[in-house]
Write a new protein. Structure first.
Length: 557
């Protein structure tokens, strides 16, 4: 699990208007002809996803014969299933006669943070299941086997812990002692833990949170974990090695690693070379900062439970996809979306009553979602080739949350869990998994999700059922939870939509795999005539079929 540092890294930057506008005539195919395209006659509350290719990008809106203003929401989007795909777009009202400014492709403004690099390495190795190939003389790296399956407080055990950000085979032995053992968890602590750390009461509180809340929430939503070591317990090792994966300077600049799960520990292909156990590794309290940046006891008590429910989803997912159904691990974007959804589930176990604990679980999701919604076109939903920044994770959480709300038979937790179990208990992955679990084409679902971001709780508008989040009203939730949970949550719903008269629209940007490029409100006065929109790339040229572009249109008023 990645955690934020004091400075939040923004991974993607979009260069808008990178080239000057040339006074040249647009390509012939960029001219809209009213007589050639059918007008989009939509009633209030109706919506449509328009493929721009058949009409060469021309979209016609009919005259407004009513006595009230008309309003449409426009969301350009690429519904490609290709990870990290980027295309420029332009929406231009009226009949265009000049090429638009070019838009540079999205570029990385800075290298991935060390925490992201580490996470990328873990998920990449899991996808290939190539662990044994990474372990020269594998027998030498075998973890010390426990004397029996039973674990008691005070037991000593030596674990192998990854010690390098970019290597799945660089590990060190860590002697540790069992400090707290419950019905579902055995909590070990590094014997070399820094002074001033956690007490037995702190360890027992972590044990009780996992036993009484987190284990049940995760297994109900996703299914059961494996039990490769036969003890019925999930081991948690709190160790110095996790803290030291990130230097103090990197920790302050880009964040730290709160903990991780590694599929090699439970995969029969390689588990004997590693720990041969259901195990997570987490940070340890280090108030003086002797290992990396300081981590207080209160911070660890707050962060580690969220880390456990997040990483436990990864463990369950790996077991369900790989070990039970002999498929491949779930792809990054959906796997992370599910784990961030698990964080929300953990928080909801404290409601009603304990809003402080609830806040600790949902604050990260809301902040990540805010990063995404402030600039949705910049961050691909389908982000499989890299680790995905925090904004990408926000998109993933929003999408999984939408899937649950959209496709659950009702709002009960049991029916919501049925959706996430369908996504987990399968050999399918990525968009094929979503299509199978929902019974709807992925392109349709992702387009409705893009519209729901704006329309779900829009004041004065009743969104169609398919365009609603039933569990969240984000416009009111952001200010309310900022007041309840603190300033780490933005004060207002971050998504904005530019408003222009239809013929005056001139919107340019980028759109990336699955994400809505931008949000535009098209206004039309009573009695106003019909108008056209050209949906093209940034130069005014027709969008290619390979872009899989759609213009999502929703009649608001």
């Amino acid at each position: 699990m990645l955690a934020r540092g004091r400075v939040r890294a923004k991974i993607w930057v979009v260069l808008l208007g990178a080239a000057c506008v040339d006074n040249v005539t647009a390509p012939p195919q960029a001219i809209c002809h009213l007589s050639a395209v059918m007008a989009q006659a939509l009633a209030v509350g109706q919506y449509k996803a328009i493929d721009p290719v058949p009409s060469q990008g021309c979209v016609v809106f009919p005259a407004n014969a009513g006595t009230d203003s008309a309003e449409y929401l426009l969301v350009p989007q690429t519904v490609t299933q290709t990870p990290d795909f980027t295309s420029s777009f332009k929406l231009l009202g009226g009949t265009p006669a000049a090429a638009a400014a070019h838009v540079a492709a999205a570029v990385r403004a800075s290298p991935e943070s060390p925490a992201q690099q580490f996470h990328n390495m873990l998920r990449g190795l899991e996808a290939q299941r190539a662990y044994a190939n990474l372990v020269p003389g594998g027998a030498a790296l075998r973890a010390q086997a426990p004397p029996s399956a039973v674990i008691n407080v005070g037991d000593q055990r030596t674990f192998k812990v990854l010690s390098a950000l970019r290597s799945g085979s660089s590990s060190v032995p860590v002697p540790a002692t069992a400090q707290s053992v419950g019905q579902r968890i055995a909590l070990f602590v590094d014997n070399a833990a820094p002074a001033g750390g956690m007490t037995v009461a702190d360890y027992n509180a972590l044990r009780d949170a996992f036993d009484q809340r987190l284990y049940g929430a995760d297994t109900a939503a996703f299914g059961r974990e494996s039990d490769i070591d036969g003890n019925g317990l999930v081991i948690v090792l709190m160790t110095n090695v996790v803290n030291k994966l990130v230097t103090a300077s990197d920790c302050f600049a880009t964040g730290y690693i709160a903990g991780y799960f590694y599929g090699a520990d439970i995969d029969p292909v390689s588990a004997p070379l590693f720990n041969n156990a259901e195990i997570f590794f987490t940070m340890i309290a280090d108030p003086a900062g002797t290992l990396s940046c300081p981590h207080s006891v209160s911070q660890v008590n707050r962060v580690v439970p969220t880390t456990l429910i997040h990483e436990f989803q990864h463990m369950i997912s790996y077991n369900q996809h790989v070990m039970i159904r002999h498929g491949r691990p779930e792809t990054l974007w959906l796997n992370e979306g599910m784990s961030h959804y698990a964080e929300e589930l953990g928080g909801r176990t404290f409601l009603p009553g304990d809003s402080t604990s609830y806040c600790a679980y949902v604050t990260g999701d809301l902040r990540n979602a805010s990063d995404y919604l402030m600039d949705p076109g910049t961050y691909p939903l389908i982000d499989t080739t890299g680790t995905g920044g925090l904004a990408n994770r926000g998109a993933g959480w929003l999408f999984v949350r939408y899937l649950v709300d959209r496709f659950a038979a009702d709002t009960s937790l049991a029916e919501q869990n049925a959706v996430t179990r369908a996504l987990t208990q399968t050999a399918l992955t990525s968009t094929a998994n979503v299509a199978q679990a929902t019974g709807a084409p992925f392109a349709t679902t992702v387009g409705e999700w893009a519209l729901a971001a704006w329309a779900s709780d829009l004041p004065g508008f009743t969104a169609p059922n398919a365009l609603r989040y039933k569990t969240w009203a984000f416009r009111s939730a952001y200010p309310q939870l900022r007041a309840r949970c603190g300033n780490n949550i933005p004060a207002a719903f971050p998504l904005t939509a530019t408003a222009d008269a239809g013929p005056s629209i001139n919107l340019t940007g980028v759109m990336t795999s699955g994400s809505g490029g931008a949000y535009q409100r098209a206004l039309q006065a009573p009695g106003a005539g019909s108008y056209t929109l050209l949906y093209s790339d940034s130069t005014g040229a027709q969008l290619k079929t390979t872009v899989s572009a759609r213009l999502n249109v929703l009649r608001i008023r």
